[in-house]
Design a protein around this ligand. Structure first.
Ligand code: PLP
Length: 399
């Protein structure tokens, strides 16, 4: 398949059935057939272009899937009701009882809980490793390992996975490299670096308006067909289907993603550089001080920058909480989990999005209780935002 570059989403041309500039929304859960034979063939997976039942697929979901596949450069994609719907479906499709996964130890708390607490009861075990230590990754692989799983930029520590090197390891050991690219859409294209499957929580930057949850699995046609198989497909059978109305609204928001990501990245870099200069412990992959800055740089689609996520350390949880409450009072953003909104969002992951990870493990991986994770917004006047943030930090004694 010819690669459609990530920034050419606008090159996709879909007409509505009445010539509308947006495709019509498929507002049906079930579809008619002119002949019973075609219905049978569709069940068997042999009637291309026919729709059966919307848990399987719908025209609106296919449009969004096509656009996301074009963005990631994969053959196709399957959209799901949430990011977790994508992650759990992929894992359950690729792994059966007695299989093993090697996974980054810094990942979204829900993914961690799924692999640590949920899948072992199905006989699927996971070893959690420092994904930036390739020797440790390789040492954790055994003859039962089927999947190497990571986030390209990890939640919440912003560790960066060297996807080319991990793809080489996966190839060597005949594993599937599954990459959650939620924190770095457009900036990083995992498929072009060797990933087998790329996942997103669409809830975040891609939709960008914090009005829905959603997810996507981007991969080969064969793998997506497996996920949708009526007899054995995890997406079909576990039922994490996106609603057509949502698919349509996310598709419309996707069209401005390239502009939004550029602004998120520009604002985040501006703040990160200045936070670091005034002595705050700042983590941002665009800073040369980030331990994997060069790795990110080597993978970067330059025009999109290093993304909108950064962290600072406020020292302890009470200072972090005080600072976040004050910043919200000053209208600098919202004290809320999630990311990718037009407003800045901030939260303390240790007691929120990563609370599934036991305290001891949090410490071991470097997740301090004063850590604040910022998803930097689309502010037009970032210099003013910076000045007000610094005033807040001085007021609560973080500076
Ligand atoms: N992956 C990452 C990196 C996330 O941060 C999240 C949610 O915060 C998810 C996956 C799960 O996505 P969703 O909340 O859409 O199910």
């Amino acid at each position: 398949m010819a690669f459609k570059p990530a920034n050419h989403i606008q090159d996709l041309q879909y007409f509505g059935e009445f010539g509308g500039v947006n495709p019509s929304i498929s507002d049906s859960s079930t579809y008619t057939f002119l002949s019973a034979k075609t219905m049978f063939d569709t069940f068997e997976g042999n009637a291309d272009g026919c729709y059966l039942y919307s848990r399987h697929s719908s025209p609106s979901n296919l449009y969004l899937g096509q656009a996301l596949a074009a963005m990631e450069g994969t053959e196709t994609a399957n959209v799901t009701a949430s990011g977790m719907g994508a992650i759990t479906g992929v894992i359950m499709q690729l792994c059966k009882a007695n299989d093993h996964i090697v996974c980054s130890r810094t990942i979204y708390g829900g993914t961690y809980a799924f692999l640590k607490k949920f899948t072992p009861s199905f006989g699927i075990e996971t070893s959690f490793v420092d994904i930036t230590n390739l020797d440790a990754v390789e040492a954790a692989i055994n003859n039962k390992t089927k999947v190497l799983y990571c986030e390209s930029v990890s939640n919440p520590l912003l560790e960066v996975a060297d996807l080319k090197a991990l793809a080489a390891l996966a190839k060597k050991h005949n594993l599937k490299l599954v990459v959650d690219n939620t924190f770095s859409p457009l900036s990083i294209s995992p498929q072009h670096l060797g990933a087998d499957v790329t996942i997103h929580s669409l809830t975040k930057f891609i939709n960008g308006s914090s009005d829905t949850v959603g997810g996507v699995v981007c991969g080969t046609q064969d793998f997506i067909n497996e996920l949708r198989d009526v007899n054995t497909g995890a997406c079909m059978l576990l039922g994490s289907t996106m609603d057509s109305m949502r698919a349509s609204s996310i598709l419309k928001n996707l069209r401005t993603l390239h502009i939004r990501i550029q602004q998120h990245s520009k604002n985040a870099l501006y703040l990160a550089e200045r936070f670091e200069q005034i002595g705050l412990k700042t983590v941002y992959p665009g800073l040369p001080s980030h331990p994997s800055h060069h790795v990110y740089k080597s993978m970067l689609n330059e025009e999109y920058g290093y993304g909108g996520m950064l962290t600072i350390d406020a020292g302890n949880i009470s200072k972090a909480n005080e600072l976040m409450e004050l910043m919200q009072n000053k209208n600098l953003g919202y004290l809320a989990v999630s990311l990718g909104f037009y407003k800045t969002l901030f939260s303390a992951p240790g007691s929120s999005t990563s609370s599934e990870i036991p305290e001891e493990e949090q410490k071991e991986m470097g997740l301090s209780d004063g850590l604040i994770r910022f998803s930097i917004g689309l502010d037009a006047d970032i210099a003013r935002t910076y000045d007000t943030m610094v005033e807040c930090m001085e007021e609560v004694g973080v500076l």
